[in-house]
Design a protein around this ligand. Structure first.
Ligand code: ADP
Ligand code: MG
Length: 630
């Protein structure tokens, strides 16, 4: 049934007045306190702030303040700043037109301040550089007051205060989550911006508690600065369990696109994609294309429901990317998405290959934690930190100093004795390995439960899941063979005929070419059946029927977001699983040692095809601590 209008007569078209238009625009730009904070912090960054203070009360719904020491707004522009479609950030080209594709600032639409003013109580006090005096303007539910002198006179900068968000649009207020949930989202938004702008000091105070206190990083190189800020924001656990990444690709005629950051080890993956931080030219984004590329890069290592932790910074000529496709500017569009996807996938894969057989230290930490008496601090194990020279990050990290000071910039919060709870977790120092000659995974000493290999290394004890490890090795071997010359195939003496559902058979045969590359030769055999003539030689004897049925299932519900190649690699992973050493098989010491040596020599061997660790290494020093010997 069609919705009935109050009165049936058609109404004439009427132009919305400014405050109505602003309220509608606000619906897109100002979704919740976190989006207000994001817009205001972006404005501060665009104004060249060296220090930014964010204060929030009641999840940012009751009150939100963003203060900066940037260029400020001149008195005569204050009224314009809160008007819709008024911005200082778009520069007219010589022909008088606007170049919307050459945007170097975070803002450009002139919508944030009027939108906020339309739905809340907004007050802006600002001192423009060189003005020597401050002025203020207030807007309530869309009505602006005249500009007036302000008390603030502590040097250039701007202080924006937003109170009673959505008081003017009670319907929207109902869509907010609890103040606690809004506070978390707000902190997340500030943290993301802070990650991408290491040269600016950030302080976040919520309900009087200082949640974030990040000094401006003074390291010389951009990569170093980024690394220092990431470590400060994300903590040691993340940086210890991630590999640095630095890759570039030509995007002619726009120079090159560069990808920097940290790629979390697959064994440190999480159940939700909450720890994926993606940035394009300093702008935090949640872009499907970028997320898909990350998925694709890890498809080889992770089960479908596991999500890697990554912090990726993509920097490229603004003309190659359109940021004007989403109201909150969190999605972007690239001129050539394929190049960018390729850069991300290959950059991540390369970085992960560099990790060799490393599994994450969190695995050992968790294992030790189980043993440890309550109350003891969890120990870290040696890991590849941010200081790793592979990224060109300096070692040790350049010192950070808190300059410019918040007090000096007139950005003191009223928090007073707020507790500082953003301190890095107290971790154990890295333990140097005792003997250089002994292999990292040590020598096999015993097989336990016919499933685990116990090995003794110079600096600790290693426990290997023989099935998981072997499966990964077979898989890596297959990939190498595939890359080199295509997988060697073995002709079946008697071809196997496999009966399938009509559709499944067709779907599988449609991919016969790619299957052949993987060493499996299938041909049609009447309707609903196919014949397998050759199989990958490296798999040895195998259950052809079962394999083809599995493949058919997988091809039928192929995830459209992943490319076929990635999925077939996953299928190859399953092939590897079928042919690998089962748990429950007795191994000789020589066989066990061979497995250990191959793991050391094989990239990605620290995790199985589903992202679970293939081994745990307990450092000798930690074991000693466990027994109170240290
Ligand atoms: P946009 O950022 O898209 O230009 P906004 O509504 O966020 O639109 O801001 C309008 C204008 O107000 C900006 O173009 C800028 O000139 C000025 N402005 C806003 N916030 C600040 C700030 N913190 N410091 C200096 N200028 C600011
Ligand atoms: Mg803005």
């Amino acid at each position: 049934m069609p919705l009935e209008r109050a009165d049936a007569a058609r109404r004439a078209i009427r132009r919305l007045d400014e405050s109505e238009a602003n309220r509608i625009a606000a619906g897109e730009v100002v979704e919740r306190p976190a989006s207000v904070a994001k817009e205001l912090v972006e404005n501060a960054l665009d104004a060249g702030a060296r220090a930014i203070l964010v204060e929030a009360e009641g999840g940012g719904i009751d009150r939100l303040v963003v203060a900066d020491d940037g260029d400020g707004i001149p008195r005569e522009e204050l009224a314009l700043a809160v008007e819709r479609h008024a911005t200082s950030k778009l520069v007219r080209a010589q022909d008088g037109g606007l170049d919307l594709l050459d945007i170097a600032t975070l803002g450009f639409r002139g919508e944030a301040l009027p939108s906020i003013g339309a739905v809340a109580r907004l007050a802006i006090a600002s001192e423009a550089r060189g003005a020597g005096a401050a002025f203020r303007i207030a807007v309530e539910a869309g009505r602006a007051e005249p500009v007036a002198p302000a008390a603030r006179a502590q040097g250039p900068g701007t202080r924006v205060e937003v109170a009673d968000l959505f008081f003017a649009t009670p319907a929207r207020l109902k869509f907010l989550k609890s103040p606690r949930a809004e506070a978390m989202a707000l902190a997340d938004a500030v943290r993301r911006l802070a990650m991408a702008h290491p040269r600016t000091a950030f302080r976040l105070v919520m309900d009087g508690r200082r949640l974030l206190d990040l000094p401006a990083v003074e390291a010389e190189g951009e990569a170093e600065a980024l690394a220092a800020r990431l470590a400060a924001v994300l903590g040691r656990t993340f940086s210890e369990n991630a590999v640095p990444l630095n890759a570039a690709r030509a995007i002619a005629p726009f120079g090159e696109a560069r990808l920097r950051g940290l790629a979390g080890l697959p064994t440190a993956a999480r159940g939700a994609p909450t720890h994926q931080f993606l940035f394009v030219n300093g702008r935090p984004v949640r872009d499907k294309l970028l997320q898909g590329a990350v998925r694709g890069a890890y498809a080889d290592f992770l089960a479908r429901d596991r999500h890697p932790e990554v912090a990726l910074f993509l920097d490229l000529d603004p003309r190659f990317v359109d940021v004007n496709v989403h109201p909150a500017k969190t999605e972007v569009r690239f001129r050539d998405a394929g190049i960018i996807r390729g850069l991300i996938v290959s950059g991540l894969r390369h970085a992960l290959a560099e990790a060799g057989h490393r599994a994450s230290t969190t695995v050992a930490g968790a294992a030790l934690g189980r043993f440890r008496a309550e109350g003891a601090t969890p120990a870290g194990l040696p890991g590849l930190g941010l200081g790793d020279p592979r990224l060109g990050y300096a070692r040790p990290l350049a010192p950070v100093t808190s300059e410019p000071g918040f007090a000096a910039a007139g950005l003191d919060e009223h928090a007073g004795d707020a507790a500082f709870d953003g301190a890095p977790p107290a971790g154990a120092e890295a333990h140097a390995s005792a003997a250089e000659e002994a292999p990292p995974l040590g020598f096999a000493r015993a097989q336990l439960h016919e499933t685990y290999i116990l090995a003794e290394a110079a600096d600790g004890l290693v426990l290997v899941d023989q099935h998981a490890a072997h499966e990964r090795l077979v898989y890596e071997r297959m990939k190498r063979a595939l890359a080199a010359s295509g997988i060697a195939r073995q002709v079946l003496l008697i071809p196997e005929i496999v009966e399938l559902e009509e559709g499944a058979a067709r779907a599988l045969l449609a991919r016969a070419g790619e299957l052949e590359e993987l060493g499996l030769l299938v041909e049609p055999f009447g309707s609903g059946a196919l014949v397998v003539r050759e199989v990958p030689a490296m798999l040895g004897p195998l259950d052809v029927q079962g394999l083809v049925r599995d493949l058919a299932d997988e091809v039928v519900d192929l995830d459209a977001a992943l490319s076929l190649k990635e999925r077939l690699q996953e299928v190859a992973g399953n092939m590897a699983c079928r042919s690998s050493v089962r748990a429950g098989r007795v191994l000789k010491i020589d066989e066990m040692n061979a497995l250990l040596r191959e793991m050391e020599a094989t990239p990605h061997s620290g995790q199985c095809n589903h992202g679970r660790p293939t081994y745990v290494k307990l450092a000798r020093a930690d074991i000693e601590k466990l027994f109170g010997r240290r």
